[in-house]
Ligand binder design. Structure first.
Ligand SMILES: Nc1ncnc2c1ncn2[C@@H]1O[C@H](COP(=O)(O)OP(=O)(O)OP(=O)(O)O)[C@@H](O)[C@H]1O
Length: 300
């Protein structure tokens, strides 16, 4: 459920182990993530990035402080309620290994919908549309072991977006990929998330990744020590790529529209279009076919 609500953290503290002798991973974090915003979380190893992501996503309960989403304080919810919220409101992309090896790509991508009660046929149909949109048309039946690392991450992105989440959380999503593949996957992730209007939170060590986001927060010793805003996040589409004709049934992803901003800086050329051919009824900037039915494009 894409939502026009911010995700906020108030004086967030997380201590592992017992108070006094434990490790304080978050020492009072305040953060507000606007709807549709993309935020990179950077900082040295051990500074608390993954812990912050997990607390924001309701994976970990905070020791004190609040995480507020859609008017609810995640910290005060039961584990069961948080699990339900994660399934309906949030999407996740991890570094690698999160796909179920025995399932084909379409069923892997359909899992959040099936867990939420959508009938299998309907869920896999929606998942296939996402796979096509992300440039994986024709690969729906492949199991993770039959996909490249970049293709597997696209399946993971499809799985993160299939339920139209309000926020997508990504922890080093390109960390296991070579640089070029990582850039392609990042372009797909940022653009596809942007097209749905979801916010994106990425933990990364790679300053190149951060340049694709609208904001970067820098952490040290469990605190946010500085922030910078990217003047204009780079679209995943090469500026020279012709825009596909828009049709009523195929709303264009926002970054592919004329006039989309181009970020300055040394970040390499935008990722090339994925391998799938452009669709006859309009195209997405990530190279597949139309956005899946029911997905509303929310320009930023
Ligand atoms: N399950 C845990 N039990 C105890 N301490 C933990 C646990 N998870 C993390 N920590 C500690 O909390 C601190 C923050 O860890 P965290 O993984 O959030 O940092 P990070 O910035 O994501 O690091 P990295 O970049 O290396 O992944 C570290 O000191 C770490 O050792």
């Amino acid at each position: 459920m894409t939502s026009r609500t911010p995700l906020t953290a108030h004086t967030l503290v997380k201590t592992y182990g017992s108070a006094g002798t434990g490790t304080t991973a978050l020492a009072g974090v305040d953060l507000s993530i606007a709807p549709g915003e993309s935020v990179a979380i950077m900082g040295p190893s051990g500074s608390g990035k993954t812990t912050l992501l997990h607390c924001l996503a309701g994976v970990l309960p905070a020791t004190s402080g609040q995480v507020v989403w859609a008017g609810q304080d995640l910290s005060s919810m039961s584990e069961r309620a948080r699990t339900g919220l994660r399934r309906t409101d949030f999407g996740f992309v991890f570094q690698s290994g999160q796909l179920l090896p025995e399932l084909p790509a379409d069923e892997n991508a359909a899992l959040p919908l099936m867990l939420a009660g959508t009938p299998r046929a309907q869920a896999t149909d929606t998942a296939r549309r996402w796979l096509a949109y992300l440039g994986l048309g024709g690969m729906e039946s492949r199991r993770p072991g039959e996909l490249s690392g970049g293709q597997a991450q696209r399946v993971a992105i499809a799985r993160a977006l299939v339920g139209s989440p309000g926020v997508v959380f990504a922890d080093e999503p390109t960390g296991a990929l070579d640089q070029q593949t990582g850039h392609e996957v990042l372009g797909v992730l940022t653009e596809a998330t942007r097209a749905t209007g979801a916010a994106l939170v990425i933990v990364t060590h790679d300053p190149g990744v951060a340049r694709w986001c609208s904001r970067t927060v820098h952490m040290r010793d469990g605190r946010i020590v500085s922030e910078d805003r990217t003047p204009a996040a780079q679209p995943a589409t090469p500026p020279t790529q012709p825009a596909a004709p828009a049709t009523q049934s195929a709303p264009q992803a926002a970054p592919a529209q004329p006039g989309a901003p181009v970020a300055p800086g040394p970040w390499p050329a935008p990722p090339p279009a994925p391998t799938a051919p452009y669709g006859p009824n309009g195209t997405s900037a990530v190279g597949g076919t139309n956005l899946p039915d029911g997905v509303t494009v929310v320009p930023r």
